[in-house]
Design a protein around this ligand. Structure first.
Ligand code: FMN
Length: 220
């Protein structure tokens, strides 16, 4: 029984200087992360994908419900179906569904409804969130589902970056087609779609400036 069983925490306290160094190193590494929209078709071993997904699945979650499923797709026929469905939605988004303000905000990315990366990247990871679980024909509740899955997605993006690979947080809204193409049960709703792989040769990314400390951090 998992209920009310406690085990010692596996924790070995580092020195204060090690902690400072760890945080500095991690910050420096993570600051180099960028969203990439052009991928090489170079293969990424399945074991790497397993490792990054299981890192994501180690995330905290409301009442430890772990309300997520990760679908790892390398099958080209399925990737083509996903790309076609995503481009259909994105065509509508770029031709009327997105507001002028939204389109203006996207100008600096030079994006459009074409989503080549969905077939270029060797892997697509589709994250599904589960508002409830299906158990023996019944439904059981999950808690703080978006928060939990968002944290897991953050772990995944960090793991992909630290592995030396690149990804894009992609949201071809609405994303219901992913549930259909991947045959997911009714309690799973698509959350994010992430192509994963190596960047294409000579790839460029938009010049973006991140907010400064005084704009994001308040001390009390
Ligand atoms: C929730 C979310 C949804 C996003 N959706 C898209 C998307 O559909 N297409 C896209 O090209 N970029 C998408 N992005 C990527 C952002 O444009 C990108 O993270 C942002 O411009 C900052 O750039 P950086 O990730 O390189 O730091 C999304 C990011 C987030 C967090």
């Amino acid at each position: 029984m998992e209920n009310k069983t406690f085990v010692p925490l596996d924790y070995h306290p580092p020195s204060e200087s090690e902690i400072l160094e760890n945080t500095f190193d991690f910050r420096t590494q993570m600051d180099k992360r960028r969203s990439v929209r052009f991928f090489s078709d170079r293969n990424v071993p399945v074991e790497v994908i397993r490792n990054v997904v299981m890192t994501a699945s180690s995330a905290p979650s409301g009442a430890h419900k772990q309300p997520w499923t990760f679908c790892a797709v390398s099958d080209m026929d399925i990737k083509i179906k996903i790309r076609e469905a995503a481009e259909k939605e994105e065509y509508e988004n770029y031709h009327g569904r997105m507001s002028d303000e939204w389109l203006k905000d996207l100008e600096k990315f030079d994006t459009n409804w074409h989503k080549e990366f969905l077939t270029q990247a060797p892997w697509l990871i589709v994250i599904f969130k589960k508002s409830y679980d299906l158990n023996n024909g019944g439904k059981t509740k999950n808690y703080y589902v978006s928060e939990s899955v968002g944290i897991a997605a953050g772990f995944l993006i960090a793991a992909i970056h630290l592995a030396g690979l690149v990804t894009l947080t992609h949201t071809p809204s609405p994303m219901n087609f992913l549930q259909e193409i991947l045959g997911r049960p009714e309690n799973e709703k698509p959350f994010l779609l992430l192509p994963v792989g190596y960047p294409s040769d000579g790839v460029v990314v938009p010049h973006l400036v991140r907010k400064a400390e005084q704009d994001v951090l308040c001390w009390f």
